[in-house]
Write a protein that binds this ligand. Structure first.
Ligand code: AMP
Length: 556
């Protein structure tokens, strides 16, 4: 049958047009430190048009890349919408990567123009000399003469522009191209993997569109929501939030550079946040802060937590003390990123043990994402909630290859190819799937601790230790052991001023875990080292241990 539906391409410009007209009154609110500044979505649409006209004049054509070096703010959102809508490709640079990695990714992606926040202009000027492909820099906000001179210094920089001046006078409407292929690239992100070079993932218009709509459904985002987007716009496609906000008509609260617990609590209270998104460490810090600094968070019904395992103790504390439901989700940069969302089945009694088992899982596969567990001998493990395997996934917003520009080393190329298996993406995550598609991850394949004949999940141990009321954070890594091959080492951050020792924590844990899981080696640390996107950085802890930098106490 030929006479089916219209072949309307799924484009970011459709989301932009829809969100900024149908929901013209919704707002993007950017925190300024003392208060906030606001733009309506109607204004966002106008500025997106102005930015696109300006970028065309600066020579952006075809699928050329426009980089951003920015916090979460209104101008970043405008860029997120404008660049793909005009047919170019947005590349949000991770401002927290080490400088050589930023240079690597901006060069690999071939960024032509970079838009930079004024508060990041100085560090960016230090990188610019190493980015010969960047011809124009657009600065959001004012900068001093010295910083401007530093940005203008490299010979390859044609001009440094001021955001407001550049947009001024440009038409506030744009004839967004409608003949774009929905499968063409709209944006890209690089993985923040801690080994090897970061790998590029190119999202298409279609994948972003479908992901936004599904993410909104799966997370329960709705019209009029006030979404606090703590997850950086440069981390894993900002979990789809900029585009899902357009689709459902929700306002966005952007924290800019104010990511500490105190300003986040103020934002939730003053901006009447209803829902938020961020990695566990962000919400864990907020929870500790609230213990001594009460705030009215009554408007907030939920926070989605992903990027790393959400400790169940934190989830329960938010629910019981603040009435906020933590929604645990799992995904990857390669998956746009959402793969699973943990919403317990309606048949389960809220607050029961069964409820918490579901809520603390990584979640149920969302519609569109297929998963399978592959055992070590390549056999497919059943969905019985017990059989363990590496999760492989496929679906319309899961990458089918990494972005390659032909200049990769052989090692990089081999590593990139090794992540795919007969059309499925190997996630590197190990766990179980239940009959009703709930994923429980036991570990990253490389973080599982192999102790004698037993496998110990570092995540299970971390969750068990973090359930102790005087433990703020805990990270567990496997370290070499003469007798067992490998044993867990627990590095613990104790609550400030608490008289509890790690020996006390170990004794407390002894009643809760089998003996063979109980770590003998413990270290008290000031803070768990974090990666560029705020996850526990186990590589640093392993190195500190290997170099004798950790003060380790041994028991048992
Ligand atoms: P990224 O691409 O930086 O988002 O990293 C993706 C990886 O983060 C996944 O492969 C997991 O190892 C880890 N991850 C993401 N979400 C979760 C979660 N809810 N629980 C445990 N690990 C997670």
């Amino acid at each position: 049958m030929d006479s089916t539906m219209q072949h309307t391409p799924l484009l970011i410009s459709s989301l932009l047009r829809f969100g900024t007209t149908v929901f013209a009154e919704q707002k993007v609110i950017t925190w300024t430190g003392e208060g906030s500044r606001e733009l309506t979505y109607a204004e966002v649409g106008q500025r997106a048009a102005q930015l696109s006209h300006a970028l065309r004049k600066l020579g952006i054509d075809g699928d050329q890349r426009v980089g951003t070096f920015m916090w979460n703010n209104a101008e970043h959102l405008i860029t997120y919408l404008a660049v793909p809508s005009m047919g170019a490709v947005l590349h949000a640079l991770n401002i927290r990567l080490f400088p050589p990695q930023i240079v690597y990714v901006a060069t690999h992606a071939d960024d032509r123009i970079v838009i930079v926040d004024n508060t990041l202009a100085k560090p960016f000027s230090g990188l610019l000399a190493h980015l010969p492909g960047v011809q124009h820099v657009i600065v959001n906000g004012s900068i001093d003469d010295e910083t401007r001179a530093a940005l203008e210094a490299p010979e390859h920089v044609v001009a440094v522009h001021d955001w407001d001046a550049l947009l001024e006078g440009e038409p506030t409407a744009y004839d967004w191209p409608e003949d774009l292929d929905e499968n063409s690239a709209s944006s890209m992100c690089y993985t923040s993997g801690t080994t090897g070079n970061p790998k590029g993932v190119a999202y298409s218009h279609r994948s972003n569109y479908l992901h936004a709509v599904t993410a909104a459904l799966a997370l329960g985002a709705k019209q009029g929501d006030r979404l606090l987007v703590v997850v950086p716009l440069f981390h894993a496609n900002a979990w789809g939030f900029p585009y899902l906000a357009m689709a459902v008509g929700a306002s966005l609260i952007m924290p800019d550079r104010f990511l500490q617990a105190a300003p986040l609590a103020a934002m939730i209270e003053r901006e009447k946040v209803t829902f938020g998104a961020g990695v566990p460490t962000i919400w864990n810090d907020l929870l500790s802060y609230l213990e001594t600094n009460p705030a009215d968070l009554s408007t907030c019904r939920g926070l989605v937590v992903g990027g790393a395992a959400a400790p169940p103790a934190m989830m329960k504390a938010f629910q019981e003390e603040h009435g906020i439901t933590i929604i645990h989700a799992w995904g990857m940069t390669e998956m746009s990123p959402i793969g699973t969302v943990a919403i317990p089945p309606t048949t389960v009694e809220p607050g029961s043990d069964e409820y918490w088992r579901y809520a603390a899982a990584q979640g149920r596969l969302v519609v569109g994402v297929e998963g399978r567990l592959v055992g070590p001998d390549d056999s497919i493990a059943p969905w019985d909630g017990e059989s363990v395997g590496e999760l492989e996934v496929r679906g319309p917003w899961i990458t089918r290859s990494y972005y390659a520009n032909g200049r990769e080393s052989d090692v990089d190329r081999m590593e990139m190819e090794s992540k795919f298996h007969d059309g499925w993406l190997r996630t590197g995550d190990v766990g179980t799937l239940s009959e009703d598609a709930f994923l429980v991850l036991t570990d990253r394949a490389k973080d599982v601790i192999k102790s004698g004949g037993e496998w110990i999940s570092s995540v299970d141990l971390e969750n068990a230790i973090m359930a102790h009321p005087d433990v703020r954070e805990a990270s567990v890594v496997g370290v070499p052991d003469d007798r067992w091959g490998e044993r867990p080492l627990a590095s613990v951050v104790l609550r400030a001023g608490s008289p509890t020792t790690v020996e006390d924590v170990r004794e407390w844990l002894a009643g809760r875990l089998p003996k063979w899981m109980l770590p003998e080696r413990w270290a008290v640390i000031d803070e768990v080292p974090k990666t560029s996107v705020g996850k526990f950085d186990k590589k640093v802890l392993r190195k500190r241990y290997a170099e004798g930098e950790l003060e380790v106490q041994t028991f048992g």
